[in-house]
Design a protein around this ligand. Structure first.
Ligand code: ASP
Length: 316
């Protein structure tokens, strides 16, 4: 029987009512007990590493998750990480960049409703996460609703719908139909390289700036003055920045001259950035702005944090 480690971090899935609304309280053992279908599927151990509403997750918590995974990587066949849905796509992306050579399933899951709530989606999600964690999947993925999604391609799209996460710019790793996982690919995130390794150093001074019509570019001075090392400009369509009356190009040049990496991303959910189509893109590119390509904001932010962290991954 396969051995799976469940790492609990909190989230709605583990919540109970309190005076001020839902708070995470239930541990992994309690969650698993509520899913009788797991009996006999695998041997399950639990570690409660955090107990947070995921809106309170920070890069420090991503390091805790990565270290917990690294610590037990050799002791288990797969991992299920229960997590709040609000920032689960960020955590999955962060872990996807932090691990290399991951040959085992590392599966994030959560729920829109607490596991004890009537009509909850939590039991199905937990069961499907364990099915994925005992499968041939390699690397980081996210299981939610009817989908298994690559760790770098997940985005929370709905605040209530049970199919709350979509796979952006990549086919689902698997679709789920009547408790059967129909796999398109077993290749999750972080699988490249020979031996399993982790790198937990992240540069936290990376900001995402949403460009809106008419927003003055001097907002970027805020980040420059505070020593930010990376800025992601989440602008429009195929990417680039305003270059006419409200001209962002001088500020982009100033950031780059000061050693700040500038990435152009887009507010569009699908497809991605192409800086070669319009002057708004080509001129920014000439100044040294980079394209986020087809990466989601979650994946672009965590990639830049990892790259600017400038640490080589180390083996166990
Ligand atoms: N606020 C919750 C969280 O992210 C929402 C959820 O888990 O669905 O922790």
């Amino acid at each position: 029987m396969k051995k799976i480690l469940m790492l609990g971090t909190g989230g709605t899935i583990a919540c109970v009512p309190s005076e001020n609304g839902l708070i995470p309280a239930l541990d992994g053992k309690t969650l698993v007990k509520m899913v009788p279908a797991l009996d006999g599927l695998c041997q399950i151990d639990y570690k409660q590493i955090l107990n947070l509403d995921s809106s309170n997750i920070t890069p420090t918590h991503w390091k805790i998750i990565a270290k917990a995974l690294a610590l037990d990587y050799n002791n288990y066949d797969g991992f299920v990480i229960t997590h709040g849905t609000d920032t689960m796509a960020y955590s999955a992306a962060a872990l996807s960049w932090m691990v290399k050579g991951c040959k085992k399933p590392v599966v994030f899951t959560g729920a829109q409703l607490p596991i004890e709530a009537e009509g909850t989606d939590a039991k199905g999600n937990v069961y499907h996460a364990f099915l994925a964690a005992t499968s041939n999947l390699q690397g980081v993925a996210l299981v939610f609703g009817r989908f298994v999604i690559h760790g770098l391609h997940a985005k929370k799209m709905c605040s209530e719908n049970f199919d709350g996460f979509y796979s952006i710019n990549r086919e689902h790793l698997a679709t789920i139909d009547k408790h059967t996982l129909n796999w398109n690919s077993y290749e999750g995130a972080g699988t490249s390289g020979e031996t399993f390794s982790v790198g937990t150093k992240l540069e936290e001074k990376v900001a995402v700036v949403k460009v809106t019509p008419g927003l003055p570019p001097d907002i970027l001075n805020y980040y420059l003055d505070r020593g930010y090392k990376g800025v992601i400009l989440e602008s429009f369509g195929a990417g680039g920045v305003p270059n006419d009356e409200n001209n962002w190009l001088p500020m982009v040049a100033k950031l780059i001259a000061n050693g700040v990496r500038v990435l152009c991303a887009t507010q569009c959910i699908y497809d991605g950035v192409n800086l070669s189509v319009y002057p708004i893109g080509t001129l920014a590119k000439k100044l040294g702005a980079e394209s986020a390509g087809t990466l989601t904001i979650e994946a672009a932010l965590t990639k830049l944090m990892k790259e600017l962290g400038k640490q080589r991954n180390t083996c166990l």
